[in-house]
Design a protein around this ligand. Structure first.
Ligand SMILES: [Zn+2]
Ligand SMILES: [Zn+2]
Length: 156
């Protein structure tokens, strides 16, 4: 069972402060996870949670908030990927902002997050859409094609 309290954290995962708490080690991850938590309220309609349990999206947001505060969770790797890619996107947006560079950054992000779970289903599609799709999903296939095209253009 997933609970909203976690040892080592000064706040409840169901009601995290807006400003990152003192134990936060990654404010970008904190902001991403908080946004995510808001998209998955306790009565989430996109994921249809089981009564008394947070929906899958909310559970993922808990993991992100904890990871931002240096508490390791099963989904910590997912959050580190997502945050790293957001940093790269921010860097791209402030520097070389060609259409192709932006598209490649999007594809990078998809490749890192659209990964199969142990049952061969796409984790990110479930998190974003609320239903399971067989892996590789169409989003991942688009990203792989984009990388192939970009390699011809000499960008990747
Ligand atoms: Zn949800
Ligand atoms: Zn997917």
């Amino acid at each position: 069972m997933i609970t909203a309290s976690s040892p080592g954290l000064s706040f409840n995962l169901d009601a995290p402060p807006v400003e990152a708490p003192p134990e936060c080690v990654d404010v970008i991850m904190w902001a991403l996870a908080r946004e995510y938590l808001e998209r998955h309220p306790p009565e989430c309609e996109r994921c249809e949670p089981v009564a008394g349990e947070p929906c899958a999206g909310r559970a993922l947001a808990y993991a992100g908030l904890a990871t931002a505060c240096d508490v390791e969770k099963a989904d910590s790797a997912y959050w580190r990927h997502l945050t790293e890619l957001r940093r790269r996107e921010n860097a791209l947006a402030s520097g070389l902002s060609t259409d192709l560079a932006g598209t490649v950054a999007r594809a990078d992000r998809i490749v890192a997050t659209h990964v199969a779970d142990t049952a061969g289903r796409c984790t990110a599609c479930f998190a974003e859409l609320g239903f399971w799709t067989p892996y590789p999903c169409s989003t991942r296939r688009w990203a792989d094609r984009t990388h192939v095209i970009a390699s011809y253009e000499g960008t990747s």
